[in-house]
Design a protein around this ligand. Structure first.
Ligand SMILES: Cc1cc2nc3c(=O)[nH]c(=O)nc-3n(C[C@H](O)[C@H](O)[C@H](O)COP(=O)(O)O)c2cc1C
Length: 245
C-alpha cells in the first residue's frame, strides 16, 4: 500500500522518451487496467484511439503547437468521451436518446479522466513515463476529422507513453492545508501558505532551468485564467452533439 502512495507521489510528466517500444501485451494490459476504474452509472463512456501512424502523429504534434514528444513517445493514445455507444443502447431498446444534457457530458468526461489516470498509475508502476496532451483541443475539429471521430464523441486529451529518457524533479503541489477543507468550504485566508508555495515553485522552475527564478504559481494561474481559453470549445462540442441542455 505504502509503495503505491510513494509511486503516486513521485509522478512527473515525461517529455523525453527512449526509443524502446512498450511490449504489445503490456500496453493492452495497461489499457485494461484503466478500464477497471469506476465508471459513472456503469456507462463506460471512454474510447481510446491508438495512433501508430507516424504521419498522423506528426500532424497531431503540429496541431498541438509543435509538441514533438507526441511523435517521439513509444505510444500515443487519444482519449475520447463517447456517448455514441450509449445512443446505440437507446436505439436497440427503442427509447429516446437524451445524451445532450450537461450531466451526460460531465459523466462521460469524468469517466475518461478516471480511466486514463488508472492507466497512468499502472504504466508508471511499470517504469513507463507519460505526458497528457490537452493541446489536442487547440483545434479539436481538425483532430476529429483526422481521426474520423463521429458525433456524440469528442477528443478529451492525448496521452504520450514511453520509457523515460529524463528524470525531472517532482513538481511540488499545493500544501494539503490549502486543498483540504473540514466539513464545509472554509474560506480561509491562505495567503501566507500560498506565498510560501509561490516561492517554492519559483525555486523549482529556477532550478529546473539551471538557475535564476521561475514563474510563481499564482502568476502562472493568473496568466492562464486571464486569457480566453480555447473559446471554440463550446461550439465544437455542440456540433459533436454535446449541447449542454
Ligand atoms: C488533462 C491534462 C492536459 C495536459 N496537457 C499538456 C500538454 O498539452 N502538454 C504538456 O506538455 N503537458 C500537458 N499536461 C501536463 C501538465 O502540464 C502537468 O501535469 C503539470 O504541469 C504538473 O506537472 P507534473 O505532471 O510533472 O507533476 C497536461 C496535464 C493534464 C492533466
Amino acid at each position: 500500500m505504502e509503495s503505491i502512495i510513494k509511486l503516486l507521489k513521485s509522478h512527473t510528466s515525461i517529455r523525453k522518451f527512449k526509443k524502446q517500444p512498450i511490449e504489445e501485451s503490456l500496453l493492452l494490459s495497461l489499457i485494461e487496467a484503466g478500464q477497471s476504474a469506476a465508471t459513472s452509472s456503469f456507462l463506460q463512456g471512454t474510447t481510446v484511439i491508438r495512433i501508430q501512424n507516424m504521419e498522423t502523429r506528426g500532424k497531431i504534434a503540429d496541431l498541438c503547437g509543435g509538441q514533438t514528444y507526441v511523435g517521439s513517445a513509444a505510444e500515443f493514445l487519444v482519449f475520447c468521451a463517447d456517448l455514441k455507444r450509449s445512443k446505440s443502447c437507446c436505439n436497440k431498446h427503442k427509447v429516446e436518446f437524451n445524451g445532450d444534457y450537461t450531466e451526460q457530458f460531465i459523466i462521460a468526461t469524468v469517466d475518461v479522466a478516471l480511466m486514463a489516470q488508472s492507466m497512468v498509475a499502472a504504466a508508471e508502476s511499470c517504469g513507463i513515463g507519460i505526458c497528457y496532451i490537452g493541446a489536442i483541443r487547440n483545434d479539436p475539429q481538425k483532430i476529429t476529422e483526422l481521426l474520423n471521430i463521429p458525433k456524440h464523441v469528442y477528443p478529451v486529451f492525448g496521452l504520450c507513453l514511453g520509457y523515460p529518457d529524463q528524470a525531472p524533479e517532482v513538481k511540488p503541489r499545493l500544501p494539503l492545508e490549502v486543498v483540504l477543507k473540514n466539513e464545509v468550504y472554509e474560506d480561509l485566508e491562505d495567503n501566507a501558505l500560498i506565498e510560501d508555495y509561490d516561492s517554492k515553485i519559483e525555486e523549482y522552475y529556477g532550478e529546473r532551468s539551471g538557475g535564476g527564478h521561475g514563474t510563481p504559481w499564482t502568476a502562472q494561474i493568473a496568466g492562464l485564467l486571464s486569457t480566453k481559453s480555447r473559446p471554440h470549445m463550446r461550439a465544437f462540442l455542440a456540433k459533436q452533439g454535446f449541447n449542454f441542455k
